[in-house]
Design a protein around this ligand. Structure first.
Ligand SMILES: Cc1ncc(COP(=O)(O)O)c(C=O)c1O
Length: 441
């Protein structure tokens, strides 16, 4: 629909003077980033400084990255790696994508942040785009996956309070799921190892085994305010939920007036070869609330809650908010990302299928590989033994991927991956698997 410039802001001056800082606006923007500046520090210096001053929460791999281009990323010495993990599914268009680089530079010269005290031109447009592609109606923007889960949980709680007279506070979630590190998100994360040090968490969480339709039916009742599903469990080892389980969750949420929440932070936003993983089902099962984050703004932090009218109605002015959420930079980049994604969806499907087919061929040659699974460009390779050493071997071969749930090699490559890139990855993986030493050998 063409945008008409008929409305002016009620506060607009009739003859705005040119602003003294107008001359700071960039007039020409090169689409090529400055990549020539060499790293200032050595790997040892970086590591030593972090070990002294950074909270010791991450077990990092022995690699410091300096720059990237396309599907490749380079370390401090200029060694090149084919990136099949993309900062855990975030660098969806790879590195230094010319269109993304251009809009970031342009927007940085115009307006980075407004807060939500004021309007800017991109938040509504992005919400409109999300409504069109999701089938839901309204968006709330925040800055990370966990934050979007927190907002969704507040909506579930508010819904329960509004319709349940204090007796509708329970949330049904799935064992082996992962929903983030904040207290609310941890409360419904179905892996005790993440929760144990922080208890007591939110009361009322009930966990059911993945794809156990009977257990789900037994867990949901009139006290249930929400059901939360991670359509493909990512951190839990790339396990898609079954269609019958998802459909039963929708049916039970309707029967007991609970809100159905889909967490598509890792598995959604183009990665499955559709805009969202629930769209792989035919007919589609719509949630009441969808949360997404990682790939949406190509590395600029952004999370979103997309709600249907019923769920959106529980949030009244002042009940939720974010200082940074939905800022002009992140929204502008996400709009550009969604434009590009439309062109990429077919190849996410074909390249993803090709990658899984090639991995399945490798599986036939190596009995220590139990299964290859996933959708689109979210792929897990389950081993019969812990996979960390293979990740390190991959780095030596110029390949980045990781291992989750101890035994599952996880691939979340950029959406611009091509079949020749897959061939390169498969050649390196063939070598890694050939030299792998299963513990029992
Ligand atoms: C399914 C899922 N939900 C929530 C989160 C939390 O997102 P963030 O790390 O951006 O807070 C993650 C992160 O990996 C995730 O995979």
């Amino acid at each position: 629909m063409p945008r008409v410039k008929s409305q002016t802001c009620p506060l607009a001056r009739s003859n705005p003077a040119s602003h003294p800082y107008d001359e700071c606006m960039p007039t020409t923007i090169s689409s090529e980033p400055e990549v020539t500046s060499p790293p200032q520090d050595s790997f040892e210096q970086i590591k030593d400084l972090e070990s002294q001053y950074v909270l010791q929460t991450y077990a990092r791999y022995p690699l410091a990255l300096h720059r990237g281009k396309g599907c490749y990323v380079y370390d401090l010495e200029g060694n090149r790696y084919l990136d099949l993990i993309t900062g855990i599914g975030v660098n969806s268009l790879g590195y230094a994508h010319p269109r993304i680089t251009k809009v970031i530079l342009r927007q940085a010269g115009l307006l980075l942040h407004t807060s939500n005290l004021y309007y800017h031109e991109y938040q509504g447009r992005l919400a409109e785009r999300l409504a069109k592609i999701s089938g839901l109606q309204r968006s709330f923007f925040c800055n990370s996956g966990a934050e979007s889960m927190e907002g969704a949980l507040k909506m579930v709680r508010a819904h329960g309070n509004a319709v349940g007279a204090g007796k509708k506070g329970s949330i049904v979630a799935v064992e082996n799921s992962f929903h983030g590190r904040t207290l609310g998100a941890l409360s419904i994360t179905g892996q005790p190892k993440y929760r144990k040090d922080f208890e007591p968490l939110l009361p009322g969480a009930r966990f059911v085994p993945r794809n156990d339709v009977q257990a789900l039916e037994a867990a949901v009742d009139e006290s249930t305010a929400g059901i939360v599903l991670e359509i493909v469990q990512g951190e839990g080892g790339v396990y898609p939920l079954s269609e019958s389980f998802i459909r039963k969750a929708r049916e039970l949420a309707d029967r007991h007036n609970a809100l159905l929440v889909f967490d598509e932070i890792q598995c959604g936003v183009g990665r499955p070869g559709t805009h969202f993983a629930y769209q792989l089902l035919d007919p589609v099962v719509l949630p009441d609330i969808l949360i997404a984050a990682k790939p949406m703004a190509c590395g600029i932090p952004m999370g979103v809650i997309v709600a249907n009218d019923k769920a959106a109605a529980v949030i009244k002015p002042g009940m939720h908010g974010s200082t940074y959420g939905g800022g002009p930079l992140a929204c502008r980049v996400a709009l550009e990302f969604f434009d590009i994604l439309d062109e990429l969806l077919p190849s996410i499907n074909t390249v993803g299928s090709y990658f899984r087919m090639k991995l399945t061929e490798l599986m036939r040659q190596h009995p220590f590989i139990k299964e290859v699974r996933g959708h689109g460009l979210m792929i897990g390779v389950e081993l019969k033994f812990p996979g960390k050493q293979l990740v390190l071997d991959g780095m030596k071969e110029g390949l980045l991927f990781n291992c989750t749930h101890d035994t599952v090699l996880r691939f979340l490559p950029p959406y611009i991956l091509t079949e020749p890139d897959v061939d390169r990855a498969i050649a390196a993986l063939a070598k890694i698997f050939k030299n792998a030493k299963p513990p029992e050998a």
